[in-house]
Structures are given as C-alpha cells and as structure tokens.
Design a protein around this ligand. Structure first.
Ligand SMILES: [Mg+2]
Length: 266
C-alpha cells in the first residue's frame, strides 16, 4: 500500500495541523506538497460549538489565507446532513451553541421548542438544567436523540473541558435512551463526505493524532488512516490499541517528505 492513489486528505486540526494557536512542524510544507501534486485537502473537526467560518478565520490568523469555509467540515454540518437524510425539512429541539443553530438552519433545519422530529445535542456551552429537563421529556415521549460527536472532553489551553459525550451521559442515565452519534469515529461521517466530495473511499485518507477518533474513523469506514505523533498519541501506544493506523509519521513534515519521494513498498 502507498499513498500515491490518495487524491484527498482529510486533516484533523488540533494536534495534527496546529497546537493551540501555533502551526505544527511541516503544516505549511504539507499543503505546498499537496498543491504541487494536484491533491486536495479538507479539515475535519468534531467540535460542533463553532462553524466553518470560525475555523477559516482561525487558520487565516495563523497565516493560511487561502483556506475557504468549504474546506472545513464540522460534525455539526455532518449532523445536519444526517437529519435531512432521515426526514424532509426536519424540526429540531437543540442543545447547542448559536453557531450550531445557524449551521443547522442554513441547511434547511427548523429549530423549534415544540413537537420536534429530533432532539440534537452538540457541544453546548450555554446548557441549562431547564434545557436538559425539556430534552429528557421529549425523549421520553419518543423523540430520537442525535449527538453531533462523542468526545468526552474538549482540549483547551487551560486543560480539558466537558464536551458533548459527557453531557449526553446525563440524558442517557435519566431516560435510558440510545442516542445516534455523528462525528469521528462514526462511519456516517465518511458516507457524508463521499457524497459531498463526489469521491471514492480508495481516494481519501484520514490524517490525525488520536487513535480512538481519527484512526478509528479510518478503520470503521474502510479508508486509509495516517497517524501523526505531534498530538495525543505516543508511538508505543499503537501496540496496545485496537486501532492500528496504516501509516505512522512523526509529523506532517515527515508525511510531506514521504509524499515527495515515497520509499518503495516491498
Ligand atoms: Mg486532534
């Protein structure tokens, strides 16, 4: 197996492309290599509290002026697609930020307080007891729950903060419901991406720093997975993990060197 047949790279952001507010080694040369080789790339994030415009601006502040919002795929966007696949013009009771609300609305979803088709939980930084109580009531009445992504915590410079995967545990405990999860590592995300980009599984690869989200997404959906060691994972952790990457590189710098001159496979 080599990477020459890969035409599109899906890139995790934090720990892969940047760390906090700084680009990681080789981030820019990786993009240059892709451009030179006529390959495309998209950023993929599970964080549904922000939308594509926010990340475009964040990357712009780091000197990447040519990234367009279309190159950022959030779990919120994938969730909107999933809901629309289930029902035409879905009505949603939302536990999420204003940015997620806008993301869902611009994709034809109506945000309602009464008689929703779905309850949707995102990374809700404005969550209240009243909202949780209402969500549980609706779920008990039979409304399905969809969660934008399963992350238990979101990494911040001040340490991990509680994320959607932890918030949903309160709802599950109260109602006994079985939510539908979107985002990495769930394969529906790749189904969505394949339909949006009009491409094939064989032509895309996932690059990330986490085994249980980025690499698991690759494995769960049958696409090539590439681990970089600039974030959460140490090399020795691969051995004990159920998620084995197809390729491992110390950083995007090493990956771009490999793309420039691949070592022939035996
Ligand atoms: Mg990461």
């Amino acid at each position: 197996m080599d990477l020459s047949s890969v035409k599109t790279f899906l890139l995790d952001m934090d720990g892969t492309f940047y760390l906090g507010q700084s680009l990681l080694p080789g981030a820019l040369s990786f993009i240059k290599t892709l451009k030179k080789q006529g390959k495309s790339f998209y950023f993929l994030t599970n964080n549904s509290s922000q939308n594509a415009l926010f990340y475009t601006q964040k990357l712009k502040n780091m000197g990447l002026t040519e990234i367009t919002p279309e190159q950022i795929i959030t779990s919120g966007e994938a969730c909107a697609w999933y809901l629309s696949q289930q029902k035409k013009h879905p009505r949603v009771f939302l536990l999420g930020t204003r940015a997620l609300e806008i993301e869902l609305m611009r994709r034809g979803i109506t945000i309602v307080e009464r008689r929703p088709d779905f309850v949707v939980l995102g990374f809700d930084l404005s969550l209240t007891y009243a909202k949780l109580q209402k969500a549980c009531l609706l779920i008990r009445e039979g409304t399905p729950l969809v969660v934008t992504h399963p992350d238990l915590n979101c990494p911040t410079e001040a340490g991990p903060i509680i994320d959607a995967g932890s918030l949903v545990k309160a709802i599950e405990a109260s109602t006994g419901c079985h939510p539908k999860f979107m985002g990495k590592p769930h394969p529906e995300l790749i189904t969505y991406i394949l339909s949006r980009l009009q491409t094939k599984k064989e032509e895309i690869a996932m690059v990330g720093d986490r085994l249980y989200t980025d690499i698991a997404l690759g494995k769960n959906s049958g696409i090539t997975s590439i681990l970089v060691l600039t974030g959460e994972t140490k090399l020795e952790e691969i051995e004990t993990s159920p998620w084995k990457p197809d390729f491992v590189f110390s950083s995007l710098k090493e990956l771009s060197c490999y793309l420039e001159s691949p070592i022939p496979s035996k």
